[in-house]
Design a protein around this ligand. Structure first.
Ligand code: GLY
Length: 342
């Protein structure tokens, strides 16, 4: 098969290129670097239950499918490169600080249960038995066993190692000759004319001794939403704001909001070092579902993954590589056709 050019060296572009190469297709990946890469901020929650919201049936099915592919994807990547991507399968605790937070959380949990996603509701005492660092003020919670985490920076390092010299630095301003896969995140809009908009997110990284938290925490705290993703080395990722803006400013108010929500839920976090603040943009579409499939004869798109780029990487890579190699789209791609907004 002809050489395929992948435009975009983020988690989606690299995963697609890796799967293509495994199927015998020569690839070149143009990597625009980390300055505006969404994966560089991402906490790495693999959260088909935690991130599903009302009315997203096809997307929920894709998220569940991709989560089920993550363990094998991570194991294969580790086997090929010797690099551990930090897959942690201890699950997620969703917690609510006030009665109003609990009412909001319960509506979402009910919706997720209707979609056969596992949500085990817990009394506050049971939540704190699982996660002793949580505030005694919590009004309730739920254990979500199938929502996992990886470290996106490690995933990208491993994919880059697997692809070696096939990844070249470069930010293309127009599409190269085909066959081409466009996986350029927010840059996809300028390259293709497709409606991908930037949605600003601020993420913090705290550093302390390992062991403060045992699970990923998704919290509702006085109307604010926050997630806390603990890593084995003591890092705790705190995210994230979501704003319809395209700037990179780290505002004091946004940092304050995240830290207030985080420390309301886990007071001890106030003692950690605030090691990093990162703003990046989620590549988002009018329905916040990704653009996956053929745009023209020699141009395939894999972009616009909004809040779910890390989670959706394995299924995106398999489906897009399959489309490029066979020329036939898997039926599950129909709901994500890049031309659906035309
Ligand atoms: N996936 C979480 C976020 O986009 O903030």
């Amino acid at each position: 098969m002809k050489q395929v050019t992948v435009v975009g060296g983020g988690i989606i572009g690299l995963a697609v290129a890796w799967r293509l190469r495994q199927r015998g297709v020569p690839v070149t990946v143009y990597d625009g670097g980390t300055d505006d890469a969404a994966w560089y901020a991402a906490a790495g929650m693999l959260a088909p239950a935690g991130e599903t919201s009302f009315g997203q049936e096809a997307l929920t099915a894709l998220m569940v499918e991709s989560a089920s592919r993550w363990p094998a994807f991570a194991a294969e990547l580790q086997q090929e490169t010797g690099l551990d991507v930090g897959l942690d399968a201890r699950g997620t605790l969703a917690v609510a600080l006030t009665g109003d937070d609990l009412a909001e959380a319960r509506r979402l949990w009910a919706y997720r249960e209707e979609h056969d996603l596992k949500v085990r509701r817990l009394l506050p005492s049971a939540v704190r038995d699982l996660e002793p660092a949580l505030s005694p003020r919590l009004r309730g919670g739920a254990y979500i066993p199938d929502d996992l985490q990886v470290d996106p920076r490690r995933v990208v390092a491993a994919l880059r190692a697997a692809l070696g010299e096939a990844v070249v630095p470069g930010r293309l301003t127009e599409l190269p000759p085909g066959p081409v896969v466009v996986a350029a995140g927010t840059g996809t809009a300028a390259l293709t004319g497709l409606p991908v908009r930037p949605v600003k997110g601020l993420v913090l990284r705290l550093r302390g001794e390992p062991g403060i938290l045992r699970h990923v925490i998704v919290g509702y705290a006085d109307g604010r939403h926050v997630y806390l993703v603990p890593r084995a080395d003591g890092e705790v990722v705190v995210g994230a704001t979501q704003e319809e803006r395209a700037d990179f400013a780290v505002s004091a108010g946004a940092v304050l909001d995240l830290l207030r929500a985080a420390t309301d839920l886990v007071p001890e976090l106030a003692e950690l070092e605030l090691a990093e603040t990162v703003v990046r943009h989620r590549p988002s579409t009018p329905d916040n579902a990704p653009l996956l499939g053929r745009l023209r004869d020699d141009v395939v798109v894999a972009a616009g993954h909004h809040r779910n780029g890390v989670l959706l990487a394995p299924v995106t890579a398999d489906l897009i590589a399959g489309l490029v190699v066979t020329g036939r789209p898997d039926p599950s791609l129909a709901a994500f056709a890049p031309g659906r907004f035309a």
